[in-house]
Design a protein around this ligand. Structure first.
Ligand code: SPV
Ligand code: MG
Length: 572
């Protein structure tokens, strides 16, 4: 659906009359569904004079609406179904809509039709002077029965009486020429309809040359008094007599010209051609050049706008987010290499630099690093630094809280030893914000597939999902599950996931984290790891959600990890 084309019903109903008054001529093209309506509404050409030319209104045809559903044009497609198509067209367009009302049914049915069409935002309904159920007018030799003109005129009267919008128009369509009754008879019937209050006359013909309808128009203006024709419109449908131009018809007194079935007919040929070519070549490659690209369709139906808006919303979120990296600590590896983890070289770039690069790709550049060990060697620019002087005796949590001042809005904390891909951070920030989650940990579900080395006990997670042995393939959505236990001392059977050292806190989540942290430190509880405080948050009844990843990250804990990471980044 296109949000570009929003117009209120009253304005749209009125628009047709206004355009007729202003331009004295209305060029109309058929549409039979949302997409063809979008094309009918939007298609423009630039003339040599530089002026743009486009259609003024849309025709909702009984022939093409029925045919696009695979039915013949015999009033077998119900009014409700027609109204569905009408609404489909109205929803995505801003131009006036003229509806082909067929015979209009009996008086009562027509009254309901008028009400419903007005309510939908239709500007004009045209009904034809045949008996229900009519047959399409264009096929020679088809049974065609005309309605007694007094009965038909009464139907017009009833419609005019029931309508509430003065600019909603009811036009009488004369089928006398279709059935071969001649111009005189057509004029006689038209006069009765105009007297009954019809807003205009559509004169139909299936001749291949326009002489008949031009003759009708001439007589119509010659014979009918000016007063009777005041504000009335004359309409032509040049399907069979298509050599005459719209401008010529206009010069001959026609106010509206309807190209009544052409978009459906062109798609018919294109569809059949494509189907045949795919069969012929046993693949679609040969026909590809003749097709609209998927992106062209995406543009037309508004999908690219949605993409842009999503990106803008996500960029806005990401521009607000801070990332706090606690990078103070010492490990066996840092002792051995005499370097903080953040400063270890991975194929020409420091770990921290690689983290920053991924964050930048996601659109995050507000990065805070809490240093300690080797603090003077950091020196990377465009970061803000805090220091944990007690890095030798305190853990990651104390380090993180050196940057407590920064926890005044949503933030991500990212352990200094984690390398990760873009989608993990992107999904964490965007999905957490969209789900309005307050605390979200990124966990890996490939945990069970690894052989884990003994040197480090992992941060393991058990959630509220019911079956710990649930196969990985049976996916539950991320952010559905909540952490129940987190820590290093979970038995294998209890474990669902591994926490990867990346977590999101909303503004409220940050407040909870600070509150719980301070209440624990006040009690002098033994509290050193990040997971301890998360467990306490869970125990106090707050929801800690998880975002699942399946690989896409690694930790730098030993020299083998450095080698492995080096291999991974050998081209970047
Ligand atoms: C239609 O488009 O459905 C019409 C015009 O009624 S015609 O098919 O020429 O009768
Ligand atoms: Mg029709």
């Amino acid at each position: 659906m296109s949000l570009r084309h929003i117009i209120d019903n009253k304005t749209r109903i009125r628009l047709l009359r206004r355009l007729i008054k202003k331009n004295k001529f209305i060029r109309v093209i058929e549409a039979h569904n949302g997409l063809s309506a979008l094309l009918a509404n939007d298609t423009k050409i630039k003339l040599e004079t530089g002026r743009e030319k486009e259609f003024d209104a849309i025709w909702e045809s009984s022939l093409t609406d029925s045919a696009s559903k695979g039915f013949p044009d015999i009033e077998v497609v119900s009014f409700d179904s027609r109204l569905h198509t009408i609404n489909e067209i109205l929803e995505v367009t801003s131009k006036p809509l003229i509806v082909d009302g067929d015979t209009g049914g009996d008086f009562n049915q027509f009254e309901y039709a008028v009400k419903r069409l007005e309510r939908a935002g239709v500007s004009m309904v045209i009904i034809e002077d045949k008996t229900f159920p009519k047959r399409n007018s264009l096929e020679a030799g088809t049974k065609q029965d005309l309605e007694k003109i007094e009965v038909f005129a009464e139907k017009i009267k009833r419609g005019q009486k029931i309508k509430i919008h003065k600019d909603f128009m009811i036009v009488a369509r004369m089928e006398s020429l279709i059935v071969g009754h001649g111009i005189k008879e057509a004029l006689r019937r038209a006069r009765i309809c105009l007297k009954a209050g019809a807003d205009g006359i559509m004169i139909h013909s299936k001749r291949t040359e326009p002489t008949e309808i031009l003759e009708f128009a001439k007589e119509y203006y010659r014979k009918f008094p000016k007063k009777l024709l005041k504000d009335k419109v004359l309409i032509a449908v040049p399907t069979t007599y298509n050599t005459i131009t719209d401008s010529e018809l206009n010069k001959n007194g026609f106010h509206i010209v309807i190209h009544a079935n052409h978009l459906l007919r062109s798609s018919f040929i294109a569809i059949e051609n494509t189907a045949k070519k795919i069969l012929l070549n046993d693949r679609s490659f040969e026909v590809e050049g003749e097709l609209a690209t998927i992106r062209k369709i995406f543009h037309k139906v508004g999908f690219m706008t949605v993409k842009e808006k999503d990106k803008k919303a996500a960029d806005k979120l990401k521009s607000k987010i801070k990332v706090i990296i606690p990078a103070a600590g010492i490990t066996d590896l840092t002792k051995k290499l005499k370097s903080s983890i953040s400063l270890i070289d991975i194929n020409g770039k420091k770990v921290l630099q690689r983290q920053i690069e991924v964050l930048a790709k996601v659109g995050i550049d507000n990065i805070i690093v809490v240093t300690g060990f080797e603090k003077d060697k950091f020196g990377l620019e465009n970061l803000r630094y805090y220091v944990n002087k007690d890095y030798g005796t305190t853990g990651v949590l104390a380090t993180l809280f050196k940057a407590e001042r920064e926890m005044n809005g949503p933030f991500v904390t990212l352990f200094s030893d984690v390398l990760f891909n873009q989608s993990i951070i992107n999904n964490l920030v965007v999905q957490s914000a969209q789900a309005e989650a307050d605390i979200v940990l990124v966990v890996d579900e490939s945990y069970k597939n690894h052989r884990h080395s003994k040197y480090k006990k992992l941060d393991l997670v058990r959630t509220n999902k019911t079956n710990a042995m649930e196969p990985i393939r049976k996916l539950t959505d991320s952010l559905d599950e909540q952490v129940v236990y987190i820590g290093k001392n979970l038995t294998d059977k209890m474990v669902h996931y591994e926490f990867i050292g990346i977590a999101y806190f909303s503004k409220k989540g940050a407040t909870v984290l600070k509150e719980v942290y301070h209440s624990l430190t006040k009690k002098r509880a033994r509290l050193s790891s990040f997971t301890d405080v998360v467990q306490e948050i869970v125990d106090r009844g707050y929801q800690v959600k998880i975002l699942k990843t399946y690989k896409g990250w690694m930790e730098i804990h030993n020299e083998d990890d450095i080698k492995l990471a080096g291999k991974f980044y050998r081209n970047s």
